[in-house]
Design a binder for this molecule. Structure first.
Ligand SMILES: NC(=O)c1ccc[n+]([C@@H]2O[C@H](COP(=O)([O-])OP(=O)(O)OC[C@H]3O[C@@H](n4cnc5c(N)ncnc54)[C@H](OP(=O)(O)O)[C@@H]3O)[C@@H](O)[C@H]2O)c1
Length: 465
């Protein structure tokens, strides 16, 4: 019982209350696990309207349970407000009651027919940074491939192969193939009849799908409009994680943090993250979130592979320690280079042969730097085949997962076979002994120098602070 609340009897000994000056947490009984609180009631209610008396009971302390069955919730389109009483902003001083829209209950209802049950197939899971979300160490992404070079049934084959082999996390972005990636992914998720709660879906907002002064970036306008459009293309009520695909120096950080907080409050995403933000920008976002009691980013989607290490292994190292930041790392095979497929030129049909905007990357392979990388790939191939009986691709991917700061490695694949081949990395992870890791370092010769420790030795092999 809270002082200042006027409780009355409701039915068989249950109580509802009229409300006075306090903050009240409203929870849906079907999702009431403590953290699934639905809304904050702001100060200022003197008496509950009669409509509320019928709908809420007081069950314990300050928790109000919504009496309606989830199944009777009207299904709301993304963007629609479904609560009876609305509050226009997340500002704590507003008067009124806001509900998370009715998206979650209906979204979590099983599809008409669940055609595919999820089996982890032994896939290891990690927490995504500081969040409670568990992600598979290998996920699958759609940049350039799904909805781009691969469309129609082959997309379904790739996603189904991944799912059948334990991958339940799929990454896309509003910008990938100008929205086609999200469309294809959404179509396939529906057609394959996955249970939504089995999946972890991530998308990213920044570049938009069309030109226009407000059609991209991280303004509140684009974050919110972009999210709604992404959900429509994906035919989903929510994504699990939404990323800011790049930093936007032209938008105040408070606006960015508030907008992602709003997206989460609306139920359109559970968590938010950053992609290719500097450590300084991520720090600023955390600072603002902490100061204003808003939701902070939980993960960074960064490029990380054997030839690209500085940011993930050095610049972010304080963030792993201070914020337990997670990473969903991309281009783990350096777009195919670490499979050895470019050792003797550019094969027909490969990414570097088919994507015009990568023509410079293709050309650079013939530069001194490019040839040096190919030389290292050859040496790594020898190590992988002779000492570990695996492909160089499996070695390169296992090496990423071996890093404790990696939450998930997002695979890219243009065929189902590539997914199967790359998942062989799971068998290689336990074989990466300190001795093998040293041999890899010797070949790569590019380990980032750790921040100075003033003669105190680093704590472990990865140079964590
Ligand atoms: N946040 C960001 O800014 C950002 C940027 C880039 C990517 N990402 C995410 O990360 C995901 C993965 O990135 P990525 O596609 O660059 O990853 P990647 O693993 O470095 O490259 C994947 C490509 O390499 C080739 N490949 C993969 N496995 C192979 C194998 N076993 N044998 C031969 N070739 C193989 C395939 O290309 P071909 O067969 O076509 O040659 C495949 O599409 C993306 O889909 C996206 O979700 C995010």
């Amino acid at each position: 019982m809270l002082p200042g609340h006027n409780h009355r009897r409701y039915g068989k000994g249950l109580k509802y209350f009229t409300l006075s000056f306090s903050n009240i947490v409203v929870a849906d009984p079907n999702y009431f696990h403590g953290e699934h609180t639905y809304a904050m009631l702001a100060i200022g209610w003197v008496a509950a309207p009669s409509v509320m008396r019928r709908k809420y009971i007081l069950s314990s302390n300050i928790t109000l349970h919504y009496l309606r069955e989830c199944r009777s919730f009207p299904r709301a389109a993304p963007g629609a407000h479904a609560g009876r009483v609305r509050r226009p902003t997340a500002d704590k001083t507003s008067i009124g009651l806001t509900f998370r829209p009715n998206l979650l209950p209906s979204a979590l209802m099983p599809p008409a027919e669940v055609k595919l049950e999820y089996d982890t197939k032994g896939m290891p899971f990690r927490r995504l940074g500081s969040s409670g979300l568990r992600v598979p160490v290998f996920s699958l992404g759609g940049w350039l491939t799904l909805g781009g070079t691969v469309v129609g049934d082959p997309v379904k084959d790739i996603i189904k192969t991944a799912f059948d082999n334990g991958i339940n996390m799929f990454d896309t972005a509003e910008e990938y193939s100008k929205g086609k990636s999200e469309e294809e992914m959404g179509r396939v998720i529906k057609e394959l009849g996955f249970r939504r709660s089995d999946l972890v879906i991530t998308t990213k907002i920044f570049w938009g799908v069309r030109p226009g002064p407000n059609a991209g970036g991280l303004s509140r306008k684009h974050i919110i409009e972009g999210t709604i459009e992404s959900l429509q293309r994906l035919q989903l009520d929510y994504v699990d994680v939404i990323f800011a695909h790049r930093p936007d120096p032209n938008v105040p950080m408070e606006e960015v943090v508030r907008a992602f907080n709003y997206v989460i409050e609306k139920g359109w995403a559970f968590y938010w993250g950053t992609s290719e933000w500097s450590a300084r920008d991520i720090e600023e976002a955390h600072h603002i979130a902490s100061k204003l009691h808003l939701i902070a980013p939980v993960a960074e989607q960064c490029q990380h592979h054997m030839f690209h290490r500085e940011r993930a292994e050095k610049e972010y190292s304080p963030l792993y320690k201070h914020y337990n930041m997670g990473t969903t790392v991309y281009s783990g095979l350096a777009m195919g280079l670490l499979t050895g497929k470019y050792n003797d030129g550019i094969p027909e049909g490969s990414r570097l042969a088919t994507i015009p905007q990568l023509s410079n990357t293709a050309k650079n392979l013939q530069s001194e730097e490019g040839l040096a990388k190919i030389g290292k790939v050859r040496k790594l191939t020898e190590l992988a085949e002779k000492e570990l009986q695996c492909s160089v691709a499996a070695l390169a991917l296992a090496w990423l997962v071996r890093n404790p700061n990696t939450s998930t490695v997002i695979l890219g694949a243009s065929s189902p076979q590539q997914v199967v081949d790359n998942l062989k990395a799971l068998e290689v992870i336990p074989k990466l002994t300190p001795d093998i890791l040293e041999k890899i370092e010797k070949i790569l010769d590019n380990k980032p120098t750790p921040f100075p420790t003033n003669s105190r030795p680093p704590l472990d092999f990865f140079g964590r602070l």
